[in-house]
Design a binder for this molecule. Structure first.
Ligand SMILES: Nc1ncnc2c1ncn2[C@@H]1O[C@H](COP(=O)(O)OP(=O)(O)OP(=O)(O)O)[C@@H](O)[C@H]1O
Length: 298
């Protein structure tokens, strides 16, 4: 079943085409990432899908319905975490979450369970205005998920989180997805997209450049493999290994590029040069560079 269907969506702010002909489909139960640098149009696209903005043109269907104008049938089925959350500043974290829960007829007890899931039990009695950026972000995620929606939208959910909190949130999102919920998130982080997402839409300048599984995106790359060995061996010994292209010495090791990694690894083994070997195939960063001609800067 299709959860989201977006066809030729466009939105301009004045002269700026923030969303410029985006088409996407998301299946029920899928985990999809929209990946791109600042200003790529990720948030604008998400807001159109969520029904928070009206598109200039194009169509959006969410769970078989149009999200715009605000569609009350859809609201309980969706959970939306925005980049900038507005809380009731004088409420405590627990009160804030219970207030959100009550809007969906979810019990206070279930709301409190969410404080635990996002690691905010110790901050339950802290006023929202006194939470750190990362804590506020986790609270906003709990508010988006407290009613157990079928479809979850998260806008850069790990942006303000420390590495441990980021890992914890990844686990939480994987759990939700494995329980059958559809998840769509935007992110700057390549590793996040690669780790979490079934499919990734790479966005730049209002357009979706590619939309595929991380593995297929990388496989489609026409990039050589890089093999690094520990510093030390004479560069000439490495240059003559069959299949080796460039050889570059760096402080961390000597980097060999090749289009025949198996041949090179065999040659290195025969010469007893495998010390500290690391093999780097393409990453989504390479895919971005390949598609745009620009380095990816999150
Ligand atoms: N309300 C607005 N009015 C005018 N321009 C806007 C508005 N919202 C966004 N933009 C512009 O539209 C473009 C796309 O913005 P958007 O927030 O969708 O990108 P993004 O990929 O989510 O970026 P980021 O990763 O920085 O959040 C940017 O150039 C931004 O400056």
């Amino acid at each position: 079943m299709v959860a989201i269907e977006v066809v030729d969506l466009a939105l301009a702010y004045g002269e700026l085409r923030a969303v410029d002909g985006v088409s996407l489909d998301v299946a029920e139960g899928e985990f999809v990432g929209i990946l791109g640098p600042n200003g790529a149009g990720k948030t604008s696209t998400l807001e159109l899908v969520e029904g928070l903005r009206r598109p200039d043109s194009g169509t959006v269907r969410v769970l078989g319905e149009s999200p715009w104008p605000r569609n009350p049938r859809l609201l309980p089925r969706m959970g939306v975490q925005l980049q900038a959350s507005s809380f009731f500043e004088r409420l405590t974290a627990r009160e804030q979450l219970r207030t959100f829960a009550s809007l969906y007829a979810v019990s206070a007890g279930r709301a409190d369970e969410w404080l635990e899931r996002v690691g905010l039990v110790e901050k339950a009695a802290t006023r929202v205005g006194d939470l750190s950026g990362g804590q506020a972000q986790r609270l906003s995620i709990a508010c988006a998920l407290v009613h157990d929606p079928e479809l979850v939208f998260l806008d850069e959910p790990t942006a303000a989180l420390d590495p441990q909190a980021r890992r914890n949130l990844w686990d939480l999102l994987v759990g939700i997805n494995e329980a059958g919920r559809t998840v769509v998130l935007t992110t700057h982080y390549m590793d996040e997209a690669e780790t979490l997402c079934d499919r990734v839409a790479i966005m730049d300048r209002g357009r979706v450049l590619r939309f595929d599984t991380p593995a297929k995106l990388v496989r489609g790359l026409d990039a050589p493999t890089r093999i690094t060995v520990a510093p030390g061996p004479d560069l000439e010994r490495l240059r003559v290994v069959p299949g080796v292209g460039d050889v570059v010495a760096t402080p961390d090791g000597t980097v060999l590029t090749t289009r025949e990694p198996t041949l090179v690894l065999t040659g290195l083994a025969e010469r007893d040069l495998l010390d500290g070997v690391q093999v780097h195939t393409g990453t989504l960063e390479d895919v971005f560079l390949d598609l745009t001609g620009r380095e990816y800067r999150a």
